[in-house]
Every structure is written in C-alpha cells, then in structure tokens.
Design a protein around this ligand. Structure first.
Ligand SMILES: NC(=O)c1ccc[n+]([C@@H]2O[C@H](COP(=O)([O-])OP(=O)(O)OC[C@H]3O[C@@H](n4cnc5c(N)ncnc54)[C@H](O)[C@@H]3O)[C@@H](O)[C@H]2O)c1
Ligand SMILES: [Zn+2]
Length: 769
C-alpha cells in the first residue's frame, strides 16, 4: 500500500534488542521531560521496525517491547484512572482510513451513525478532575491505567478554568500543550534563567507540566476532547448525560462550562455523515496546519454516537471507534553545521542556517531561516548543535531551537560578521535587523546581474564588471536605468567600442519585449524564482494585474501560500519605482498569449498554458515578435493585428483586462511568437501533453535534451503544460531519469512511479522543444 510510512529495518535479533532499548529510553525521556534523543519521526520509524520484526519473529518478542502499550510501556503512575486513558491507532492515508472505517462498519454490522473529525493536538494527555465545579486534581496519562499527579500546574493552564460554570463534579480529558507564543515566552524565561531553551513546544509542555521546583512559571494551554462522570458510577443527571450524549454534544457541554475546546479555531471539530466528508475535512485541517498557532500532528476521526462506540469497544492500547490520521512530520532534529551571512537586496544582513540535509514535509531541507543576530542570541544557538527544524507546506524552514540535552561539549559560538559580507563596508547594527551602511546600493550589482542574466532579461554583453563600471560612474543605479542609456553614454565608458555599444543597445532593445514572466523574474522578488515567476505571469497576464493583487489574490497562484503571499505584495510595493521606470522605458508588461482573466480573476486555466507555449516561441525566435501594436490600449493583448490566432489563442481576444498601468507598453511579443511556433497548435491547456502532471528531472540529459540546462528543462516541462518539481514524492507523475540518476530514481522506483529516459521524454514533448 503506498500509504505506508517509512520504517527502520532491523537486521537481526541483536538489532531488535537494541531497538527495543532505544525506544524505551526515548519514550521514558519523552514523557518525563521531553528530552528524548529522537524526534517523533525517528521514534515512529523505530517502533514500526520493531513491530515488523516481531511479526516475522513472534518467538523473539521481548517483554519490554513498546509495541501494543500505552506510552510504549516506559511510563508509570500511582494515581489510578477511573477509565483507562488510551492511545490511538494510526492510519497514514485515505486508503488506510477507508480500510479502517470499513472494518469498523463490519464490526457494527451497519454504517457509522456520524463521524466526528477533529485535530490531533500535539501535546500530552491530561485528566482534570473537578469537584463541585472547582479544579481539584490534574493527572497525566501515565501507562494508561494510572498516571502521575501534576496538580501543582493548576492555575498555569489556559483553557482549564479554576471553576466551571456549574458546580459539577466531573473529569475533563484533553491535551496540554504550548501555543507558539507560549513556547517563545517559555524559551525566553528559561534562557534568562540558565541560558538554554526548549527544543520544541511539545517537549517544553512535557517538561513544564511535570516541573515542580522551577523558579519561573510557564503558561500552558488545554484543549479538551472528552468528559466523564466522576465517580464513574455516578447517577446524577449530568453523569447520565455524559454517558448517553454523542461525542460532539459532550464537547459542546465542555465549552459551555468554560473548558477550552477546538471550537472557534480554524480546525475546530466537525460532525459529518460520510467518509468522503471526513476526507474533505482532513484535507482542510491538513492545509490549515501551517497557519495554526498550535501544533497538530494529525486528525482524529471518531464515531460520534455512544451506541457505535460501545458496540465497537476498546483494544488494550486504543479504542476501536477512533483513529488518528497521521500527517507528515513538520519537525525534525538535525545538525547546525554553519551559519552563512548574506546581504539582501535591501541591504539587510541576514543569517542563514546550513543544516545537515533532512527530509521534511516532502522536500529536503538544507538551509533554514535564522532571522537576525538577536534571534540567534535569544535561542542560544551554537555551531554544531542538534537543532529542531520546522517546515510545513510552503513555509520557509526555520530553526526552532537547539536540543540542549544532546550537546556534546564540542559546540562552538556562532561568529557574527564585523563588516558587510557583501561589500566589506560597515554594518549598521542599531536595529535588530543589521544592515549594510550602503543600504540598497550595496547589492545593486547583484540585483542587476541577476536581472540581466540568461533566465531573466537575457541581455548579452553585460558582464558584472561592466555593470560595476556603470554603477561607479553613476550612469545607472538599478537595472531599469539601463533602458535609458544613450549611445553617447555607453560609448563614453572606458573600453567600450562602437560595435559593442551597438550590440549592447540592440540587446537592450530586444530585452524590452521579453515576456512578463522574465521581466517579473528580473525584479528578484523574494521567494519567486523562475518557475514561480512563470506561474505568476501566466496567472495574472499583466504586470498591472499583479500589482493590483492583494495577498489573497496572489495566493491563488499555485505554490504560493499564506506566508509567501504578503511578502510578494510588500516587495512589489518596495519595487514600485523600479517597475514604473521599466514601464516608462517601454519594457513589455504582458504575458504573451495570456487569455484575459475574468474580472474576478482566478481563471486562465484553459488558455494559460497555450499562451506559455507561445512565449517559448518568442524567446526561441529572438526578434520574431513585434507584430501588433497594442500600446496604451488596455485592450486584450491578443487583439493585436496580424495574429493568425492558432490554437488556444484565438479565444482570448476581446475583453479588456483593465490593466490601467499598461499604457505605454510597446509591442505584444506573444501573438507573433505564437504563430511562429507551430507547436502551439496544442491549443487549450488540458490538451497539452503534460497537463496536470508533476515532472521531476534527474541525472544527465542526452539526445535532443542534452544541451538543456535544468532550468531550460523546467521551462520546457511548463511549456508542455506540466509542473516542474525538484523532489520526488507520491505526487510526482513522471520522473525523467538520465544517466547517473541516483537517489531520486531509487525513490521513484520504490514509490512505483513512471520513469522515462530523456529520449522517451523528448519524443513525448517534441513539439515543444
Ligand atoms: N520522540 C520520542 O522519543 C517519542 C517517544 C515516545 C512517543 N513519541 C511520540 O508519541 C507518539 C505516540 O504517543 P501517544 O501514544 O502518546 O499518542 P498518539 O500520538 O499516538 O495518540 C494518542 C494521543 O493523542 C492525543 N490526542 C490529541 N488530540 C486528540 C483528540 N482530538 N482526541 C483524542 N485524543 C487526542 C491524546 O493525548 C492521546 O493520548 C508517537 O507517535 C511518537 O510520535 C515520541
Ligand atoms: Zn554592503
């Protein structure tokens, strides 16, 4: 089954025995104070390895084995639970979930009445005992049948009020955890106390809950997921209710009493009637995960009604009427190898962590953000530290904290730069974010070099030395100024002859009709490389439309999430002057062949990719554009004269796309290019050979593809309607594996993905080459 999660292979009995001991030690530390040497993913792989070994060798099972036990059998307690506090069984995908649900319904002999779907909160289970409405005792889960008294934490847990609304005697059950803000506060307190921090919110919560004699107090948060009569045989009206109500109703009651539940959060528990709806909600919760202020590690699906629950019953370790749908880990432990310092386009000097590469949420993480010097100091990071790294969705990976208990003594302090790493000038350290005293000017050479590079404006004859010369002589201060250079100015530069001057001016003239995707890319907006720029250009069609978009509209572009969208918007505001200058210079601001989006935006599906193949034509044929003049019209770009409207393009004429700011735009390159490139007969997007496919390229290309760089391959894939990706996952549709393909090929094979040679691939997309 391809839902199957990764597993640690155990070679023999000795490896098995070691694994059992390692799991026990890790578990004991994990529940004691969160100081396990393993991250959750490593622990889970290990336990799956142990389970698999035991299935193959039932005669060798050790009595200490963690399998089948609550808390892996590593924890004890002396306060008995009235009803066992169990764990949950896991599934790892839609297929396994469907199998589990089918099994449950077979057991019941009927469909489940209703499903409750809620987030799996990533903290520790707790039992909170209220007597006559007053919070009287807190007990951990322990081994499931008895836990540890942690009543000293009463009063520090948000969501567990000291008094309930009614003077009831009842036991609430739920998860104790730290929100992101609480985690930051806790780290600051601990750092002020002993110079260290917590590794992550989960272990900070574990340590805090059990800590008795800390000189500082850290706040925790409770989210309830159950309530029981107390004592269990109680016959009060409430007790009868708690025994008879469906789970969802109990949760409403808890909230009504002042206990915190997930209600009101973006991932609140919902009640649904079919498994399809369950799956939908799972997907919603999964995609909301990165934006939450607290950690979740899955989704819990429960049969809501008491009849269903009673009939399904309990196993020794977990109820049979509930299941945890696990989400991929978003956090791992790895090593901080180095810290690099880079001066950004705006002159900000930012540190970046270089990590021992680690797989996280579908990609390999090698670098992670460290915001600034103050942030490094706050976290007390050292070089060589084991660190927890967090990444989810398209969130930029970040170093969360050092794992202090894994220090070996070989760690060294991180050195801060004394001068700007880019230009060697002084650093302005008066703000938290250090900045080169030269500000934006510091990196002008880099931004201009990038803008004129092959993948962007592709201006030949502009070496960095030449750009530097122009900067030094004050001819330009950014790349838009290039387009205003006069022949005399260029000729006046040292070592600049007539021929090279004319060549440069011609190259600049040609660059003005580059498609929007390249012009946009040239801006160097943070987080938008070449493919992302192509997607943005294809989605909006004009620079004016991109600039008019707010964060929400930008997020409609595939691959841009809630973290990146506002950055793009803010950067565009910063770049306003530069963009205006480009517009004035007559640089093309439209994506060739782009169908005018409807006023509400968000479409462009069908004609988009068709248009992109057009743009390929443009860049391939150099000056082949320049057919129709749409200057200043604000009319459909494709309304240009002389377009013989092949394929998907013809439909796109007509409508104005209202790009107020497009006025002054020179020539529409696209249509000319499109008609020139016969390949575009492919027409609407869905007809493109790679439509809807995610394609990964690995190894060296041969044959017709030999000369193509990786970026050109990616461009080709996107022209043919596909999406180029750099990492292989279950979502990959196709792997193009050239010579010497390594781990990506192996992974694709393991996942049973389609693999083709460069030659096979070339024949498939030959029209787009
Ligand atoms: N890193 C380590 O060394 C280490 C060691 C031991 C365990 N672990 C981690 O802990 C996991 C196993 O631990 P476990 O048995 O405590 O718990 P679990 O994560 O397998 O699931 C059961 C727990 O989920 C919690 N939960 C969260 N939301 C819930 C909801 N809405 N409804 C019901 N319960 C909810 C409850 O506390 C319940 O006890 C492992 O998968 C592993 O990732 C890690
Ligand atoms: Zn500098």
């Amino acid at each position: 089954m391809n839902d199957a999660p990764p597993i640690t292979q155990l070679a023999g009995q000795e490896a098995y025995a070691e694994a059992v001991q390692l799991a026990l030690d890790a578990s004991a530390a994990y529940y004691r104070d969160g100081t396990s040497a393993l991250d959750d993913d490593a622990y889970d792989r290990l336990v799956r390895g142990i389970t698999a070994y035991e299935e193959d060798h039932p005669d060798q099972v050790l009595p200490t084995s963690p399998t089948g036990k609550v808390a892996g059998g590593a924890v004890v307690g002396d306060v008995p639970h009235t009803v066992p506090m169990l764990s949950l069984d896991n599934v790892f995908g839609a297929g396994q979930l469907a199998d589990w649900a089918a099994g449950l319904e077979r057991r019941l002999g009927r469909p489940v009445t209703a499903w409750s779907v809620e987030p799996k909160l990533d903290g520790l289970a707790i039992s909170a005992r209220y007597r006559q409405g007053r919070l009287a005792q807190l007990v951990t889960r322990g081994d499931g049948s008895a836990g540890e008294d942690v009543s000293h934490a009463i009063g520090t847990i948000v969501g567990l009020p000291l008094r309930l609304a009614d003077p009831v005697t009842v036991e609430l059950r739920g998860e104790v955890m730290m929100t992101t803000a609480q985690f930051e506060q806790a780290c600051a307190k601990r750092r002020a106390h002993d110079g260290t921090t917590f590794a992550n919110p989960r272990s900070a919560a574990a340590g805090t809950l059990r800590a008795q004699d800390r000189p500082y107090v850290c706040e925790l948060t409770f989210f309830g997921y159950g309530a029981l009569p107390m004592p269990i045989e109680d016959t009060s009206e409430l007790a009868e209710g708690l025994r008879a109500w469906p789970h969802s109703q109990i949760m409403e009651w808890v909230a009504g009493q002042g206990g915190r539940t997930t209600a009101g959060t973006p991932v609140e528990g919902v009640l649904v009637d079919t498994l399809e709806r369950v799956q939908e909600r799972i997907e919603q919760i999964a995609s909301a995960r990165a934006g939450l202020s607290f950690g979740i590690d899955g989704i819990v699906v429960k049969a809501d009604s008491v009849e269903d629950q009673e009939q399904a019953g309990f196993g020794t370790r977990a109820p049979r009427w509930a299941i945890a749908y696990k989400l991929p880990p978003t956090e791992k432990i790895t090593k901080l190898l180095a810290v690099e310092w880079n001066t950004g386009r705006t002159g900000i000097i930012a540190p970046r962590a270089v990590l021992e590469p680690v797989e996280l949420d579908g990609s390999t993480v090698t670098y992670a953000t460290l915001h600034n010097v103050a942030d490094i100091t706050r976290r007390g990071l050292l070089l060589g530290d084991s660190v927890t790294v967090y990444k989810a969705g398209d969130v930029i990976p970040r170093v969360q904290a050092p794992v202090v208990h894994l220090r070996t003594g070989d760690e060294r302090p991180i050195e801060f730069p004394a001068v700007c790493p880019s230009c060697g000038d002084a650093i302005d350290a008066s703000q938290e974010r250090w900045r080169c005293v030269r500000g934006r000017a510091c990196r002008a050479i880099a931004s201009i070099g990038y803008a004129v590079g092959r993948g962007q404006l592709d201006i030949e004859g502009l070496a960095d030395t030449r750009v530097q010369q122009m900067l030094d002589t004050g001819l330009i201060s950014d790349f838009a100024d290039l387009f205003f250079l006069t022949r005399e100015q260029v000729l006046g530069l040292e070592r600049m002859g007539e021929l090279s001057t004319d060549n440069l001016l011609a190259a600049l003239e040609r660059a003005k009709s580059q498609p929007l995707s390249r012009v946009f890319c040239a801006l160097g907006v943070r987080g938008t490389g070449r493919s992302m720029s192509r997607r943005i250009a294809r989605h909006f069609g004009t620079m004016a439309a991109i600039r008019a978009a707010d964060a929400e509209a930008i997020q409609q572009v595939e691959g841009i999430g809630p973290e990146k969208a506002p950055v793009v918007v803010a950067e565009l505001v910063e770049l306003a002057e530069l963009i205006d200058k480009l517009v004035t210079a007559g640089v093309n601001m439209t994506e060739p062949g782009h169908a005018t989006p409807s006023p509400t935006g968000g479409q462009g599906e069908a004609s988009g990719p068709g248009g992109v193949s057009g743009s390929g034509g443009v860049s391939g044929s150099g000056g082949a554009n320049g057919s129709g003049d749409v200057g200043g019209s604000g009319d459909g770009v494709s309304g240009a004269d002389g377009v013989n409207g092949p394929g998907g393009l013809s439909g796109s004429g007509g409508d104005a796309n209202g790009p107020g700011g497009v006025s002054g735009v020179g020539e529409a390159g696209g249509p000319g290019g499109l008609s020139a490139s016969g390949a575009a007969g492919a027409g609407a997007g869905s007809g493109l050979p790679l439509a809807g496919m995610s394609v990964v390229v690995t190894g060296s290309m041969t044959g017709a593809l030999q000369a193509l760089s990786r970026d050109e391959m990616n461009e080709l894939i996107e022209r043919a309607g596909g999406r180029a990706s750099s990492s292989v996952s279950a979502r990959t549709s196709l792997l193009v594996a050239g010579d010497n393909a390594g781990s990506k090929r192996a992974k694709a094979e393991a996942l049973g993905l389609r693999i083709v040679t460069p030659d096979e691939f070339a024949t498939q997309i030959t029209a787009f080459l």
